[in-house]
Design a protein. Structure first.
Length: 202
């Protein structure tokens, strides 16, 4: 499995991560891009679209290794907020539309109701949902990670650092995943960026 040190050596086109400047993804943008570009996941599900910062970074990296990635393909981003569409299609940013499928729904609803094959066997999960507390994160681990992530797949959690009192992504990930001896999971969580940023766990 690729290490953080190896990811940091991968050259990242500045234009592919420029959208993250000044956001809580700035410190992690290059690592996320490098991870996608290196592992080349086919089926990607993102829980928590928000302003589509990580969505656009994933799409940019995907475009580099997958010529047909100019189309949505098997990249799904899920969020119940209809305003996310304005970021996906560039209406608020003036940027080109992001080639992905926007699912206006909760992660729970998609998990329990989805029958589309790409949503049943996922190569990469990117999880960044409010309120980032223990209960919610543990729920994603027990549902999406344990039941939808294929063997050898990768789950990426944002906000691994407790920047607010209610945030406990780290505790949930370690208690529900990393203490288990399961080859399906990478036992090498890491954090990127200074204390002012949120960090990732893979």
């Amino acid at each position: 499995m690729i290490s953080l040190e190896q990811l940091l050596l991968i050259p990242v086109p500045p234009e592919d991560v420029a959208v993250a400047k000044g956001t809580d993804m700035e410190a992690e943008a290059e690592v996320l891009w490098a991870l996608v570009a290196t592992l080349r996941p086919w089926n990607i599900v993102e829980l928590g679209t928000r302003q589509a910062i990580s969505t656009r970074i994933i799409a940019n990296a995907r475009r580099r290794y997958l010529p047909e990635a100019v189309k949505p393909g098997n990249f799904f981003t899920v969020d119940p907020d209809p305003a996310c569409r304005e970021y996906i299609f560039g209406e608020r940013t003036g940027l080109p539309p992001i080639p992905c499928h926007f699912v206006e729904s909760t992660g729970e609803s998609v998990f329990f109701n989805a029958i589309t094959p790409p949503l049943m066997s996922v190569d990469m999960l990117v999880i960044d949902t409010d309120p980032h507390d223990f209960v919610q994160t543990a729920h994603w681990c027990k549902t999406w990670v344990e039941q939808r992530l294929r063997s050898g797949g990768v789950a990426v959690f944002h906000d691994i650092k407790p920047m607010r009192p209610e945030i406990n992504v780290r505790g949930a990930v370690f208690e529900t995943i990393f203490h288990k001896e399961r080859e399906s999971y990478l036992h090498n969580p890491w954090e990127a960026g200074p204390d002012t940023f949120s960090g990732l766990s893979i």
